[in-house]
Design a protein around this ligand. Structure first.
Ligand SMILES: C[S@@+](CC[C@H](N)C(=O)[O-])C[C@H]1O[C@@H](n2cnc3c(N)ncnc32)[C@H](O)[C@@H]1O
Length: 362
């Protein structure tokens, strides 16, 4: 297994990334300790299991409990450098189990990002009055008109952890191994013309860059923008720079207004928002012989995560590569990456993604 795709003279983006066809457990067991600077992945969410135990018999890539398995994340920790970041996408129903497994494996949970897209499909929604009639509960059914069994999924949690023991110092680990930390300046949010208090020593919510800075640096000019927040917003499918759709979560924030001072606030001042379909556009999504990958993520969101957690030239692992969206985002940022994918059916999609990158002008 190649774990070190080398950047050549005049390479294309696709030269930075590679993948192996393997089960992630088998592949990880063959990897040396401390070999990756970051792990960014979108593991099987285990929804088929958490939703309904009877579905366990159904053959499906999502059936495995691997994302909830502490031993898997411990192996991931072994191949990561000390201090390295781990980014794992999840599902609102099952990410708590994954988060606990990651923490139990020895990672420090740094945050959970809410990626709000407002457009999930409520698969399995049932009208409870109909369901009651179906099971013979006709007496109570009319009282349940308008009731249902679930909400519309509108966000995805993204667990942000790091390979950091309770007695470890992050700066010392970065100094020793060169991995870890968050590149906040790369992702600051525009402040616009808002006023900023410069009261020395005061924790000012509109000037979060000042918090925890040594006293001597308080007077240095603030970098342009707010610290990136742990909420990402996804515009509705039909939005563009000039116009938002009625159902767009970004427009909803603008409508409701965030300011107590009575002025309408643009959500972009507080949250990073993306103009991509949450399930990746058709153009982005590789397709070979009518097959597309499961749960293909938009490259824009993955690029944001790569920018936050890596430096160009570093080496990223994605043990559940799918169609390779993480790999593409890494390549676009000049970051090297290796993907692992178990399902043979998705390998042509990975190949197509890399071929597209190799043929696109750099
Ligand atoms: C949620 S999908 C990833 C989709 C990816 N983010 C994309 O944009 O295309 C999870 C992937 O993990 C793969 N997978 C599941 N269990 C695996 C295992 N044990 N080892 C390697 N890959 C596995 C599945 O086949 C699936 O392609």
């Amino acid at each position: 297994m190649t774990i070190n795709p080398v950047r050549k003279e005049r390479d294309t983006a696709g030269d930075l990334i590679s993948f192996v066809h393997a089960d992630a457990r088998d592949a990880l067991a063959k990897l040396p300790d401390n070999s990756f600077d970051c792990l960014i992945t979108d593991p099987p969410f285990g929804i088929a299991i958490t939703k309904n135990e009877r579905e366990v018999g159904r053959p499906h890539w999502d059936r495995s409990r691997i994302a909830f398995d502490r031993t898997f994340w411990a192996e991931a920790r072994r191949v990561l450098k000390p201090g390295a970041n781990l980014v794992a996408m999840g599902h609102p129903k099952s990410f708590a189990r994954m988060s606990v497994a990651i923490e139990d494996a020895g990672f420090d949970i740094a945050d959970t990002i809410s990626w709000i897209h407002g457009q999930g499909y409520p698969a399995g929604f049932r009208h409870l009055d109909d369901e009651l009639r179906r099971v013979g509960g006709t007496a109570i059914a009319s009282e349940y008109e308008g009731w249902g069994n679930m909400l519309r999924p509108s966000f995805e949690p993204i667990v942000l952890a790091r390979n950091l023991g309770s007695n470890d110092s992050l700066p010392a680990l970065i100094d020793a191994g060169g991995a870890g930390g968050f590149n906040v300046d790369a992702l600051r949010l525009p402040v616009g013309g808002e006023e900023r208090s410069r009261t020395p020593g005061k924790v000012n919510l509109t000037a979060t860059w000042r918090v925890n800075r040594p006293e001597g640096r308080k007077s240095s000019p603030p970098p342009a923008g707010r610290l990136p927040g742990n909420v990402l917003l996804q515009h509705a499918v039909g939005c563009d720079e000039d116009r938002c759709e009625e159902s767009c979560p970004v427009a909803e924030i603008r409508r409701q207004g965030l300011s107590k001072r009575g002025r309408n606030e643009d959500a972009s001042r507080f949250y990073r928002s993306f103009y991509h379909h949450p399930k990746a556009t058709r153009a982005e999504r590789p397709e070979v012989d009518g097959i597309t990958g499961p749960s293909v993520k938009p490259v824009g969101v993955m690029e944001w995560l790569v920018a936050l957690t890596t430096r160009p030239g570093q080496l990223v692992l994605d043990p559940f590569a799918g169609t390779g969206t993480t790999l593409e985002a890494c390549a676009r940022a000049g970051v090297r990456a290796v993907g692992i994918e178990r399902e043979a059916a998705y390998l042509p999609l990975l190949e197509l993604r890399i071929a597209r990158l190799n043929s696109s002008p750099s």
